[in-house]
Design a protein around this ligand. Structure first.
Ligand SMILES: Cc1cc2nc3c(=O)[nH]c(=O)nc-3n(C[C@H](O)[C@H](O)[C@H](O)COP(=O)(O)OP(=O)(O)OC[C@H]3O[C@@H](n4cnc5c(N)ncnc54)[C@H](O)[C@@H]3O)c2cc1C
Length: 319
């Protein structure tokens, strides 16, 4: 509940940043301000069941100009938080013939009470139902004033949004990692087996120390990426690295904590089982591991080829 208490929950937090950067005065008043006040909720509707979400240039949902309106048709899913949201930021194809694929999509603000906006179902996940609906957009009409950012700027907007939003996920995951490690340390010092406490066995100490080092590195990566965002510096590489590293650390540390808890860890008597169900999506949503690795490698090669050094692609640190 922490993120809700400080109004930093996904996807509203990312949407607030997006609106802050791209909204017109009208959009700020009607859509950003209620989010800031905590009187409205929102969602972000990009991923589609029929094409790879990892490649937004494949998006099929279309938006066509008709008079003073845009008419949107399409099929989305995993639009987190859509049930109960006041509006969705929808990514749709406006310029299928644009020379570069990244200029094909635009973003729109769609109030969820617009005729044609239809939640088909809440997609059930391995962690149960958590408000990740599948949505049909059928002749959804919004006024031209609801275009968010520039026409053809949907890809850019997604990038601007996802940088800090990925980091905000990392910050929530850091809390989960810390909790899992504290549970591991606590349990290991209380459980006795084969003549000593688990905490006295080297194999368990290695789990502790590996987790501690990975958590420490995670925190530094998040802090550095956040620093780059705050300073207005290029942050893509640092956010990709942090997102990948923290998501995988989350998975590993919860897994180790579960191991040390034995059957208790697998039961639902502790929060670990629920944490693990949530942790699994961290490695595939908001950029799957492999896609981040692909981008990291691309920037690494570009830095080396352009500068003769990889330094700028590994944080640009004075070390
Ligand atoms: C809990 C949860 C919440 C979500 N919330 C939202 C939301 O609010 N709004 C929204 O729009 N979307 C949301 N998503 C969707 C999420 O962003 C997508 O799942 C993600 O972008 C991956 O797209 P996909 O599921 O279509 O997988 P695909 O793109 O089909 O990829 C499947 C797998 O293929 C592999 N892969 C893909 N591309 C490459 C590549 N280039 N190289 C190597 N391997 C590759 C990866 O292993 C990847 O996991 C959410 C997903 C989850 C699980």
């Amino acid at each position: 509940m922490g993120p809700y208490i400080i109004n930093a929950q996904a996807p509203d937090e990312g949407n607030m940043h997006t609106l802050y950067h791209f909204a017109t005065d009208y959009q700020r008043e009607h859509f950003l301000q209620p989010l800031l006040d905590g009187t409205a909720r929102s969602c972000f509707s990009m991923t589609e069941p029929d094409v790879a979400g990892s490649d937004p240039t494949l998006i099929q949902t279309s938006a066509v100009e008709e008079g003073d309106e845009w008419v949107i048709n399409g099929h989305k899913w995993f639009t987190s938080g859509a049930e109960g949201a006041d509006f969705a930021i929808v990514i749709a194809r406006t310029d299928p013939d644009a020379e570069i694929p990244q200029a094909r999509n635009s973003a729109f603000i769609v109030p969820t009470n617009t005729p044609g906006f239809e939640i088909i179902r809440d997609v059930e996940t391995m962690g149960g139902r958590h408000n990740h609906p599948e949505i049909k957009y059928t002749n959804v009409r919004v006024p031209k004033t609801h275009l968010l950012g520039e026409r053809g700027g949907g890809h850019k907007l997604g990038q601007v949004r996802l940088g800090p939003a990925r980091l905000a996920h990392c910050m929530r995951w850091l809390g989960q990692i810390e909790m899992a490690l504290e549970m591991l340390v606590d349990r290991a010092q209380k459980r006795f087996s084969h003549g000593s406490y688990l905490s006295e066995k080297q194999s368990i100490q290695w789990m502790m120390s590996d987790s501690a080092m990975e958590l420490y590195a995670s925190k530094l990566m998040v802090l550095h990426a956040a620093y780059k965002i705050e300073q207005g510096l290029e942050f893509k590489q640092e956010v990709s690295m942090a997102k990948h590293h923290v998501a995988n650390t989350l998975w590993r540390v919860i897994d180790r904590a579960m191991q040390v808890h034995g059957a208790l860890g697998y039961s639902t008597d502790t929060p670990l089982a629920g944490m693990m169900q949530q942790a699994r999506w961290a490695r595939l949503a908001d950029g799957a591991d492999e896609v981040h690795q692909m981008r990291i490698a691309e920037l690494l090669m570009r830095a080396y080829n352009e500068d003769g050094s990889i330094n700028q692609a590994v944080g640009g640190l004075p070390l």
